[in-house]
Design a protein around this ligand. Sequence first.
Ligand SMILES: *Cc1c(COP(=O)(O)O)cnc(C)c1O
Length: 381
Amino acid sequence: MKKLGENTICTHIGEIEDKQFKGAVSPMFLSTSYEFLDVDVKRYPRYFNTPNQEYLSRKIAALEHTESAIIFGSGMAAISTMFLAFLQKGDHLVVQNTLYGGTVNFIKEELPKYGIEFTFTKGYEVQDFKKAIQPNTKLIHIESPSNPLMTITDIKSIADLGKSNGILTSIDNTFASPINQNPIDLGIDLVMHSATKYFGGHSDISAGAVASSAEHIDKIWNVAKNLGGNLSDMTVWMLERSMKTLGLRVKAQTKNAMKLAKWLHKHPKISKVYYPGLKSHPEYKLAKSQMKGFGAMLSFELHEKLDSYAFQKELNLIKSSMSLAGVESNVISPHLTSHSLLTQEERDTIGISDQLIRLSVGIEDLKDLKEDINQAIAALT
Ligand SMILES: *Cc1c(COP(=O)(O)O)cnc(C)c1O
């Protein structure tokens, strides 16, 4: 078949044809019990192969330009199962220093129990990863753009580093989504997502996914069926519904974010903006070379005289809420949420100040977002 465009993949790939009634959308199969005699596949929800699970994984694989995918009950179920599928006792993992907090906790709190060693890199340059490699390194894991400062890691160079050392590479592609970045095309072996974010996109679904070759996904499946982090079929069906508009949503959000970043960059009460689409971003050129769009996540620092807590209280349209990537814009203070467990000194070292606000840009009209930010600032001055 001719290569389909991404919006066509979003709408059509991985649909279950309703042969009985000819309905327009996939039927929902809620059975937890399937016939096992005279069938090719023994289906069961925790085998990750109910009809809805199996078909939706095709959509995700197609979007990530790979053969196969597997869907989980959360992003953490996806990442933990992926790590445990490729790492065993005595193995070593190299991970980027700036990572999603839940992933850091999983690595630090769980991997030692399995006798798996790990090293956090000192920075996110290729050299930093090279230095962290040991003879027993089996996996290198990266995140780009990373939370909350939107640092960009050189994906192709990391993939090459892995290949030349016989080490698998994985990426958390949640922030970019496959609409803005396809790491498989750059040589990465495993791509994971918190589908709670852009895939779901309406702040009402918890899910996760890994996309890779059929061989790697089989390996992950072997562990997944033992750990049992599967998603319910009702939620799989809702995720399929959400993903039909993934391309439209993410493109609209990315466009808004680009314009908002430029506006914030010039704003007299904003001292700094972190967005890979701005020429002032240290890895702007790298981002431009490896991303199709710069994404819809950005961070900014309020002028030192403005209280960041009060600013968030004053916002009307933009909610101060956890999570990200919904069609509605929201903000968080990293020092009060994701990075609250670090000491002030640790936060200073990685550049997370009390003035930093992370903004997940939604699909609202740009003028209303600007107005909300302006009125909140005005209320403080
Ligand atoms: C939210 C998130 C996760 C974890 O996903 P859950 O669905 O909350 O388990 C992992 N990585 C990134 C970048 C995230 O934003």
